[in-house]
Design a protein around this ligand. Sequence first.
Ligand SMILES: [Zn+2]
Length: 279
Amino acid sequence: MAGLRIGTAGVPASTKPQTTPDGIVRLAELGLEHMEIEFVRGVRMGERTARAVRKLAEEQRVSLTVHAPYYINLNSKEPEKVEASKQRIIQAAKIGAAAGARSVTFHAAFYHDDDPEVVYERVKQNMEEMLEELERAGVDIRLSPETTGGPTQFGTLEELIRLGQDLPGVYPCVDFAHLYARSLGEFNSYQHFAGALEQIRDSLGPEALQAMHMHLSGIEYGPRGEKRHVPLEETELNYRAVLQALVDYEVAGWLTCESPILEDDALILKGLYDELHHR
Ligand SMILES: [Zn+2]
């Protein structure tokens, strides 16, 4: 089995009923190996369910990551919103850890009209506080802020690598579709994808490529970056070159497909990855 585990963002569409445990069983049936638990509209899972999910996922050999709620902004002008954002991430981390997930991703902040350097310091400070709180609570899960799809959002690859350098244990969640959309289609060649992996490896160490949290799906962009995720068939993102770079750099970890046709596209990615890997 390859070190890269490919799966879906949440419960596969063909799962009945649409629950996380049924989704895990369905993924295993489909030959997929990973699920990102989507807490994007709130953490709606209790500790007890999380522990049952953990057991089932281990039995089915499906690895897990978590996507924290969308409603997060560590650079809000309102201190109570920053606090609520941190608590959402911490809650997602706690339940995710109870479910056996290894990494939790989130979109960290918006720049608003602030200097990106000021935003960086605020995000870092808040991340530091969250790391301390998780450590005190004995919660063992990685915080992996995500590369974001538009210029108003904090989360370039450079910013996230710098966070990883300043905060040991933090690594970027690399969403290749977002990097492509944010660059308005420019970041789209094998050289770009390989370059990103080299940047991560050279800044955060070779172990960073051994447990990469990643997202890959089709995407459509406009003048302001990301518009929406679309099926692979409809995108100009060169996902084949992404997979080739992942093979060449022997990247291991978790690759979540966020396509609107979840498992159909995840299976395409997995088929292509396996083909390139065994070549
Ligand atoms: Zn995301």
